[in-house]
Design a protein around this ligand. Structure first.
Ligand SMILES: NC(=O)c1ccc[n+]([C@@H]2O[C@H](COP(=O)([O-])OP(=O)(O)OC[C@H]3O[C@@H](n4cnc5c(N)ncnc54)[C@H](O)[C@@H]3O)[C@@H](O)[C@H]2O)c1
Length: 334
C-alpha cells in the first residue's frame, strides 16, 4: 500500500464474476485495478481494456508487478493454489466463494493464512446483500426474539456462462449444493450464530445433472434449525428466484424476489455479463469492506475459517444427498 493509502489490485480470472468485481472496485476510492490474468485468449483484454489495466499471463506475473491485493475469480478448483501462492508472497487475498473445492485444500489455505502477513477474506457475498444484512442486523439486535428457524431458497436454471461449462461439471463446481448452496449455508450460520451439527439433504437429478433439485435441513448447536433449498434445474424462463425467512421466538422477517439480482447484458461481442440495476450493491459493499480491512490491518470481513465451515456444511449436504444418511458434523471427516 502506498503512503496515500492507494491499493493496487491484480485480478486472477477474467470471467463473469471478475467483470462484476472490476466494476465494483469503482465504489472503493483509492483502489486501482492494475492487471488481469486469464489463460483464455481475449478474456483478460476485455476487462483490462475497460478499466485501463495491463494484461499479464498468470499469477506469477501479477505478483511480479507488486500488486497489494490478489482478487481470485477463478473456478473453485483453482482457488487453493492461487490463494496459498499469493499469501506466501505477502499479498492480501480476496478469494471468491467457495473458499476451495475440498476440505483438504481449505485446511492448506487456512494454514497459509495463519502465518501470512496479508489478509484473506472470502466472497460470501450474501452477507453483503442489503436485504440479507438488514435482516441479520435486525435479528442480531433482538427484534424477532431468539432466532429458532431460518429458510433460504435460491432457484434458477443451469447458469450458462461458465468457461468450458465448468459449472455443470460437479467435480469442479460441486453442483448447486456447493456453488449456490454455500451462500445459504453461510448466511444461516452467520445469522444463527452457532455451529452446524447435523445435516440431512434430499436431492433429485434433472437434465441439468445429478443432485440439481435440492432440499437440505441443518441443526445448529443452539438447537435452531435451517432449511436451505437450491436448484439450478428450473426452466430457463423462470429466472432467478430468492425467498428467505428468519423466524424468532417473538417475530419473523421475510423477503423474496424474482430477478431482482439485476439483469444480464448480452452485448454484440463477448460473453453474457451480469448487469446490476441496483448498482452492484452487494459486491460494492463486500469489496469496500475488504479494502477497508486491508488498510486497517484487519480483521478480514469474512474470515477463512468461517468460509471453510460453510464449505464443510455444503459438502456434508452433498454426502447426505448421495448416501441418504444424516451427517453428524461433530464427527464427520471430510
Ligand atoms: N458471489 C457470487 O454470487 C458468485 C457468482 C458467480 C460466481 N462466483 C464464483 O466466482 C468464481 C468464478 O466464477 P465465474 O462465474 O466468474 O466463472 P467463469 O467461468 O465466468 O470465469 C472463470 C475464469 O477463470 C479463468 N481461469 C481458470 N483457471 C485460471 C487460472 N489458473 N488463472 C487465471 N484464470 C483462470 C477462466 O478462463 C475463466 O475466464 C467461482 O468461484 C464462482 O463460484 C461467485
Amino acid at each position: 500500500m502506498r503512503a496515500d493509502g492507494e491499493l493496487t489490485v491484480g485480478l486472477l480470472g477474467a470471467g463473469m464474476i471478475a467483470g462484476v468485481h472490476a466494476h465494483a472496485y469503482r465504489g472503493s476510492p483509492g483502489v486501482r485495478l492494475v492487471a488481469v490474468a486469464d489463460p483464455v485468449p481475449g478474456k483478460a483484454e476485455r476487462i483490462a481494456g475497460r478499466y485501463g489495466a495491463t494484461v499479464v499471463p498468470d499469477l506469477g506475473a501479477l505478483l511480479d508487478l507488486g500488486v497489494d491485493v490478489v482478487d481470485i475469480c477463478t473456478p473453485p478448483t483453482a482457488h487453493a493454489g492461487a490463494a496459498i501462492e499469493a499469501l506466501q508472497a505477502g499479498r492480501h487475498v480476496l478469494c471468491e466463494k467457495p473458499i476451495t473445492r475440498t476440505m483438504d485444500e481449505a485446511r492448506r489455505v487456512l494454514a497459509a493464512a495463519e502465518v501470512a502477513p496479508g489478509l484473506l477474506s472470502v466472497g460470501q457475498v450474501a452477507r453483503y446483500g442489503p436485504d440479507h444484512r438488514l435482516a441479520r442486523d435486525l435479528a442480531a439486535s433482538g427484534e424477532v426474539g431468539l432466532v429458532r428457524m431460518l429458510s433460504h431458497s435460491t432457484t434458477t436454471s443451469l447458469p450458462g456462462w461458465s468457461e468450458a461449462g465448468w459449472l455443470a461439471d460437479a467435480a469442479t463446481s460441486g453442483g448447486p449444493l456447493l456453488d449456490q448452496g454455500v451462500h445459504g449455508f453461510d448466511y444461516a450460520r452467520w445469522v444463527i450464530g452457532s455451529p452446524a451439527v447435523r445435516v440431512h439433504c434430499m436431492a433429485s437429478g434433472s437434465g441439468a445433472g445429478p443432485l440439481t433439485y435440492t432440499l437440505a435441513t441443518v441443526r445448529y448447536e443452539n438447537d435452531a434449525i435451517a432449511h436451505i433449498e437450491c436448484s439450478w434445474a428450473h426452466p430457463a424462463s423462470r429466472g432467478f428466484r430468492l425467498r428467505a425467512e428468519i423466524i424468532g421466538t417473538e417475530g419473523r422477517l421475510s423477503w423474496d424476489y424474482d430477478h431482482m439480482m439485476g439483469g444480464v447484458l448480452h452485448a454484440r461481442e463477448g460473453d453474457a455479463e451480469w448487469w446490476d440495476v441496483l448498482g452492484d450493491r452487494e459486491f460494492t459493499l463486500e469489496l469496500s469492506a475488504f479494502f477497508d480491512a486491508c488498510r486497517d490491518g484487519g480483521p478480514p470481513p469474512v474470515p477463512a475459517a468461517e468460509a471453510a465451515e460453510s464449505l464443510r456444511t455444503a459438502l456434508a449436504a452433498i454426502e447426505s444427498a448421495r448416501t441418504g444418511r444424516t451427517i453428524d458434523l461433530t464427527t464427520w471427516e471430510a
